[in-house]
Design a protein. Sequence first.
Length: 227
Amino acid sequence: MTSTVPPLRRPSPAARAARKDRVLTWVTLSIVAVICLVLGFGAVAMANSWWTEETPVASADQQLADGQSRFDRAGLDFLNRQGHATVDVTASTSASELGLPTSGQTPIDTLVPISLEVRGDGTSVKFSGLSHFELTTSDDILTRVQVIPAASGSWASISSELGSRAAQWGWSQAQLDALHEQVGDAARNEGTTSTLSLPTVTYGGMSITAQVTSSDGTLSLAYNIGQ
């Protein structure tokens, strides 16, 4: 018995191409729709976020009640947004409360240049334009803040920076002149690295040391501020 069912006809190449185009169009439109939804939700979330606020208010996991910064992930997010960090080297605040390890050195690298306030007994020292500083802790206490000021780099800028701090912090002109001479001698000793210091002074209950490092013709200034 011979079958009377006609054989299935394969779509022509043009028909197959048209069908493929329709499928790709729907897939593309679906992907675009999903992306638009995600961007829309993201925009709404960002609009309601403290990142967009002119004067953001820190939560407890971003900043302590006395205004000191925290240096874990949440704290760093906030101080980068706020553009300011605060620490107190004479307070009894534990390193853990500050989001720091109980012992060790913690380098802080910021996303943008920020200002830093280091508090002492009833006073503070302030720096601006910082992208890096280092915090040292021991026995769950913050013991030292090391700051490389924006003026670091050349003797002209370093000398100006030290001169602007000297009278307030307690260095004499004779001590600055002696440091200048030592830096000149070190710069002439090519191929060697020398670290030269001003005497440690006490200001607002904080001990402050200024160190100038000379290495291969380059100079850097670092302040060490501790208890």
